[in-house]
Design a protein around this ligand. Structure first.
Ligand SMILES: [Zn+2]
Length: 229
């Protein structure tokens, strides 16, 4: 039976790497699939992982119709056994419904990958619809870590070094613009997300004689700046 599966996790949890692995495993068994992504860090029409692997992919615009796209391929004589859908948090709810229909009516497996919540801890629209419709939601096994060593569960947005909890939902990371500033993302545990304490703020607080002493057992000082590969 074909399935709609949503593989979810925080940023840095290796979901794009798993998406590439999933495509490899399927094609190694002689199955044929299509790969989709949206706003990949490497640019348009490519699915890339932080480990350095990448593959061409179909860029998902808001106007793309998954049902029409796949049916058109089938009509042309192509075989489509499965879809790999990365960055699925950015898809529209309607697009997620099209994916469910492909599973139910055409028996195509859909493996969707995405982060669940944005930097404000609110669900992305695409992820919400996937959680509502998926046959299975699978949390990824590779856990990202907060600077304190705890399991990272939240995505924080850092603008010019300072954590923010307001702003546009979608701003691609590692970009600078005059109006917004330098936007980066960092994964944190809930405790440090709630305290607005990213690694930079934690180091500054630990080094400053002006800040009130805080519990070092609770807030260990990060040893190194996080490496952003
Ligand atoms: Zn933490």
């Amino acid at each position: 039976m074909a399935e709609l599966v949503f593989f979810s996790g925080t940023m840095d949890c290796g979901k794009s790497t798993l998406a590439l692995q999933m495509d490899h495993n399927n094609s190694a068994r002689g199955r044929q699939g299509l790969i989709f992504t949206k706003l990949d860090r490497m640019g348009e029409s490519v699915l890339s992982s932080r480990l350095g692997l990448s593959t061409p992919a179909i860029e998902v615009s808001d106007h793309l119709d998954f049902w029409d796209t796949v049916v058109e391929r089938l009509t042309q004589g192509a075989r489509v056994d499965y879809l790999i859908c990365d960055e699925a948090q950015f898809y529209t709810p309607e697009q997620v419904e099209q994916l469910a229909r492909l599973v139910d009516e055409l028996g195509i497996d859909v493996h969707a990958f995405g982060i669940t919540a944005d930097f404000r801890t609110e669900l992305f629209a695409g992820s919400r619809r996937l959680i509502e419709l998926a046959d299975r939601v699978q949390l990824l096994q590779v856990e990202a870590l907060c600077w304190c060593g705890r399991k990272a569960t939240h995505n924080a947005r850092i603008v010019d070094g300072v954590m923010v909890v307001e702003g546009e939902q979608v701003v691609v990371g590692d970009t600078a613009s005059a109006s917004v500033g330098l936007v980066e993302y960092e994964v944190l545990c809930r405790r440090h997300y709630m305290r607005r304490m990213n690694s930079h703020a934690a180091r500054a607080a630990a080094l400053s004689p002006d800040t009130l002493p805080f519990d070092l057992d609770v807030c260990a000082v990060p040893p190194q700046p996080p490496s952003r590969a």
